[in-house]
Design a protein. Structure first.
Length: 460
């Protein structure tokens, strides 16, 4: 069953490091947002489906409010927070109860008041005597009675529930008839992750697909930290696209925060159905690019190679076909993987990219009839018999496909463990060509055929 539809939207705002992401994770019921003691971890606004008692809602985590110069990264972060406030039905304004109400809190409380949205003042980190004293100071902000809360320990949520009920009296509780039946497979969202080295244009690409500046972008490398998910309808299909932090070589990652960001990106890959590996056309196919593509293949995800910033290079005649041939040499394990050139900034090539994504998803889900598989196996053995091992010929008996996503085949054979890797690759390449499975990971598992005489006594 799918989750009930959200009945209202909440934006969580406040200074850096007051616990906004901790509260966000508490309301959505899992660790979606990165949390660290370092201020300013959150940059983009992250959305999730929250639940508190019988209330269901959309909740938006935002960057910490700070004074900033125009055009700076911090100022662009503030624009994302302002967009979240405009989108919300109510604002949860957090302060650190241990620090009390600061001058910055007072200034930003005025900004929340000017928005005209119902505001709930939350004195977070209220556990202990220090927290209680700080919560009393919150009255001076002029946003009504503060809700004393500990997002980390889950204390005070009942009071937050009451405050939400009072601020949004028309908010409806979850009912049994709110729960929609599960959608047919062809109507379900396709989960897509966009990955690549830092500054390849991942956030710019998503903004162009959405037609709005939904994600924070800029010339600085490493702006994105969380794996942010956005919803998109494209030619009748619903897509859920995850933007991710840039992936550098492991030897260059030394900060704890970057390690958390990379872990979030890897998690997005594992839960995706299609992964777009974005490559910078100005520095294409560095070793890290092939490492990322190989990681996606090992995770068994459908994959599309997208070469961004194509408008900034001078392509020679035949560049596209040479590009495909180069990728096939670098990544023989996914030979035929779609390679699409585009410009995320101008929008050139987006139709080709999304067409390749939908096609890759269809191939990843493909099933092959068992009869056709065994005709293929017989023809393959006739054209290229399995090699003899220690003077004994290997016998391949039967092949079937137990599952897709990715296409996975089981080959029954005598002495399966002795089949050389070269012959296994020969069969995988044959499956790819014979059944139109270009560019998708293929799993071929070997299983020894049961010995019908095992366990029986020999007659004398």
């Amino acid at each position: 069953m799918s989750a009930p539809e959200s009945t209202f939207t909440l934006a969580i705002v406040g200074r850096p490091n007051v616990g906004k992401s901790t509260l966000f994770n508490r309301l959505v019921g899992r660790r979606l947002a990165l949390v660290d003691d370092q201020p300013g971890v959150t940059r983009d606004r992250r959305e999730g489906d929250g639940k508190l008692g019988d209330l269901t809602f959309k909740v938006i985590d935002t960057a910490g409010l700070e004074d900033a110069e125009r055009e700076s990264l911090t100022a662009r972060m503030q624009a994302q927070t302002a967009a979240a406030i405009a989108q919300a039905d109510a604002v949860l304004f957090l302060i650190d109860a241990r620090a009390g109400a600061t001058g910055a809190d007072r200034g930003f409380a005025e900004l929340v008041r000017r928005s005209g949205k119902p505001a709930i003042l939350i004195a977070n980190k209220s556990e202990g005597r220090a927290g209680e004293a700080g919560a009393l100071e919150a009255f001076s902000l002029g946003l009504g009675d503060p809700v004393a809360l500990s997002a980390e320990h889950g204390e005070g949520l009942a009071d937050l529930y009451d405050a939400l009920r009072a601020a949004l009296p028309e908010a409806t509780a979850e009912r049994d008839d709110d729960i929609a039946p599960e959608a047919p497979a062809e109507e379900r969202s396709i989960r897509i992750a966009i990955v690549g080295r830092p500054n390849t244009g991942k956030s710019t690409l998503i903004n162009r697909l959405l037609g709005e500046d939904r994600l924070l972008t800029g010339p600085e490398a490493g702006i994105t930290r969380d794996a942010i998910a956005v919803e998109l309808d494209w030619q009748g299909r619903h897509l859920r696209i995850h933007d991710t932090a840039g992936l550098r070589r492991r030897s260059r990652i030394d900060e704890k925060l970057e390690k958390l960001s990379v872990a979030d990106a890897l998690n997005a890959i594992r839960f995706a159905e299609v992964v777009i590996v974005l490559i910078d056309a100005q520095t294409p196919f560095e070793e890290q690019d092939t490492r990322i593509a190989d990681l996606v293949e090992r995770e068994g995800r459908a994959i599309v190679i997208a070469v961004n910033k194509w408008d900034l290079v001078e392509p020679e005649p035949g560049a596209q076909s040479r590009l495909q041939a180069h990728v096939d040499r670098l990544l023989p394990q996914i030979k035929g993987v779609p390679v699409v050139t585009l410009s995320a900034r101008s929008g050139e090539g987006l139709d080709r990219l999304m067409g390749a994504v939908l096609k890759a998803h269809a191939v990843w889900n493909r099933r092959v009839p068992t009869a056709g598989l065994n005709r293929f196996l017989a023809d393959a053995m006739t054209a290229h018999p399995p090699p003899a091992v220690k003077g004994r010929r290997l016998k391949l008996d039967y092949i079937t496909q137990p599952k897709a996503r990715p296409p996975t085949f089981v080959l029954f054979a005598s002495r399966a463990a002795a089949l050389p890797d070269t012959y296994r690759r020969f069969l995988v390449n044959g499956l790819r060509e014979s059944f139109a499975l270009p560019g998708t990971p293929i799993r071929l598992n070997l299983r020894a055929k049961a010995n019908p005489y095992a366990g029986k006594k020999r007659r004398r």
